[in-house]
Ligand binder design. Structure first.
Ligand SMILES: *Cc1c(COP(=O)(O)O)cnc(C)c1O
Length: 370
């Protein structure tokens, strides 16, 4: 449909993502800074963002799923290292080897599986080891760590690159679990072969140096999410979302708008209908809560978010701009992903990973594409 203009445009600034990478790397000091690009780079497009991060100097990448790793392998420079967090299932070993992906081993069964494979191949193959230090999600639980510490030959044949763990409360610097996990991690490292170590994700990069170890693994901060909730965001915004006005109407005092008639107007208003809805990941919880911006003026969302549409009150915007075809800002300089997340009662992670497949996506800030 070459003649139709998109109902919504998602703009991703690759130079802002590169700048965020450099800021995190600086903050990480001597530690290497990896890039977490799971879930299609938090919904922004791993095929574009992976290479942009590689150009910014990122060498190590993390994904959640094996298929994400295989897709990323196609677009990254040959030297890039790709780690798969979800671990090593039966039947997957050959794919890891063929795609040159590195499994993060999460239990003793996976350690045994990889060790056996390495010995059968007659050469060491890279792996990382995840130790659970209190999050109780992925990684070797304490009893398995004990057994591994007592029987280090279980790692025979494996090229163990680093040992990692994950913090549950890094976004609350004063939370006692941070120190507890740090102590548990240090004690685990002492009992394992001397390899590199990794503990910090985005918020952990902003914890004291002792949390950084040799490799940090930021995700959301690369994409502009605030790693320091409650404090000013040190990261650059990377995303803008603009929705097209499809129709504009004047409503009288006492009228309502949208499904369920959940908003009643106390005085005459001008309403614009915009072509973005919950099918695009514009969460229904933003009904009567979220806000757009038009011509620099706030345009609050009135009524329910429906599947393909929202209705916004554009009475404060100049009439020349409140017109069909004009674009309202839903995410952008006036409306950060953290603002939207707060109004939706969620976190920036969910706002990003919900961004819909119907948006026309524009990548700006790439070399030669300024
Ligand atoms: C998702 C994830 C990260 C990145 O987390 P952010 O909070 O987005 O920086 C790092 N490590 C692990 C194990 C993860 O699952």
């Amino acid at each position: 449909m070459p003649s139709s203009t998109p109902a919504a445009v998602l703009t991703v600034d690759l130079s802002a993502i590169a700048a965020n990478y450099r800021l995190l790397r600086k903050r990480a000091g001597k530690a290497e800074c990896a890039g977490v690009v799971k879930a299609d780079a938090y919904g922004l497009g791993a095929a574009e963002l992976g290479p942009a991060l590689a150009r910014a100097g990122c060498l190590s990448f993390f994904v959640a799923q094996l298929c994400e790793g295989a897709a990323l392998r196609r677009v990254l420079p040959k030297a890039a290292l790709i780690y798969v967090l979800n671990g090593l299932m039966e039947q997957e070993r050959g794919v890891y080897e063929a795609e040159r992906l590195t499994p993060v081993l999460n239990d003793l069964g996976q350690v045994e599986r990889w060790s056996e494979f390495c010995r059968a191949r007659g050469r060491p193959l890279a792996a990382a080891l995840h130790i659970d230090t209190g999050m109780n999600r992925l990684g070797l639980p304490p009893d398995e760590l004990d057994r591994l510490a007592q029987e280090p030959q279980r790692l025979a044949g494996i090229d163990l690159e680093f040992v990692m763990s994950h913090l549950a409360c890094a976004d609350e610097p004063a939370h006692p679990l941070n120190r507890k996990q740090l102590i548990a991690f240090r004690s685990a490292l002492k009992r394992l072969p001397p390899v590199r170590a990794s503990l910090a994700a985005s918020s952990g990069v902003f914890l004291p140096r002792e949390f950084h170890f040799d490799l940090v693994r930021p995700g959301v901060a690369l994409y502009g999410g605030n790693p320091l909730p409650g404090a000013p965001n040190p990261m650059a915004q990377t995303v803008q979302l603009h929705g097209k006005i499809l129709q504009v109407r004047d409503v009288d005092r006492g009228e309502t708008v949208g499904y369920g008639a959940t908003h009643r107007f106390a005085r005459p208003r001008r309403i614009a209908t915009v072509g973005v809805g919950y099918a695009d990941g514009f969460l229904r919880s933003l009904s009567n809560r979220g806000c757009a911006v038009l011509g620099g003026a706030p345009a609050p969302i009135v009524g329910r978010v429906s599947m393909d549409l929202i209705t916004v009150d554009v009475s404060a915007a100049p009439e020349t701009i409140a017109q069909p075809g004009e674009m309202v800002e839903l995410i952008g300089p006036h409306r950060t992903i953290d603002d939207v997340a707060e109004e939706a009662g969620t976190v920036a992670y969910e706002i990003l990973t919900s961004l819909g497949p119907r948006y026309a996506r524009r990548y700006i800030g790439a070399p030669g594409n300024e």
